[in-house]
Design a protein around this ligand. Structure first.
Ligand SMILES: Cc1cc2nc3c(=O)[nH]c(=O)nc-3n(C[C@H](O)[C@H](O)[C@H](O)COP(=O)(O)O)c2cc1C
Length: 202
């Protein structure tokens, strides 16, 4: 049984793309997982086919002006056709990630937006199950989940640094952790679907 994970993302300048690659790498570490990285540049038939075939979709967008990017929103609006077609993505696993210049930067709004979008499609949301880091006197920016986010994975990229240098290694590990968790939960869900339903109570 292969779990098919799609990572569908927009990245204007390459930083969120790095985060997307880390999510894909994390998912790929789970045995029996097939991962596809899908940049949302062309909303063509190939993209919709890949998304339809996926058991899980992890959505990613940079945070621009306190929310997801216009390119990502264009994709979101285009999915209304999927929704209208009998809610084709219902019961797929969904998760999300975002990257921005500031430590906070209103990233939570982007994740909330993505989670709400997945809920409208009837998807089953998976968050990040990692303790927050960098929140004690002995903590550091190297900690996993240093930005303390649970709805999805957050990363931060200094505005004057290229994607070769940022997001930080800790943020990329955090993205990997989300990808791994999505793949694990997807496998559990697929296994559940293949077992006989429990008999009805007398
Ligand atoms: C139009 C625009 C709006 C932005 N708005 C925010 C913002 O609201 N909060 C923030 O922290 N950073 C903001 N930034 C910084 C980006 O989130 C940051 O540069 C990020 O790394 C871009 O990701 P990308 O390289 O994947 O496009 C903004 C950048 C742009 C270009």
């Amino acid at each position: 049984m292969q779990a098919r994970i799609a990572v569908a993302y927009h990245s204007g300048y390459g930083h969120t793309a790095k985060q997307a690659e880390a999510v894909a790498a994390g998912a790929g570490k789970v045995e029996g997982t097939e991962v596809r990285l899908l940049p949302l540049t062309e909303l063509d038939d190939e993209l919709w086919r890949a998304l339809d075939e996926a058991d899980a979709i992890v959505f990613g967008s940079p945070t621009y002006m306190g929310g997801s990017s216009a390119v990502f929103r264009t994709f979101v609006e285009a999915t209304s056709q999927v929704w209208g077609d009998g809610m084709r993505w219902k019961d797929k696993i969904g998760a999300g990630f975002t990257n921005s210049g500031n430590m906070a930067g209103d990233k939570l709004h982007t994740l909330t937006d993505i989670a709400l979008f997945a809920a409208q499609h009837g998807m089953i949301w998976v968050g990040l199950a990692e303790y927050g880091g960098w929140n004690t006197s002995t903590g550091s920016a190297e900690d996993l989940n240093r930005l303390g986010s649970w709805l999805g994975a957050m990363s931060q990229s200094n505005n004057d640094q290229s994607p070769e240098l940022t997001p930080t290694a800790s943020d990329l590990r955090t993205a990997e952790a989300l990808g791994r968790r999505v793949a694990e939960i997807t496998r559990v869900q697929l296994r559940g679907r293949t077992t006989e339903p429990a008999p009805a109570a007398a």
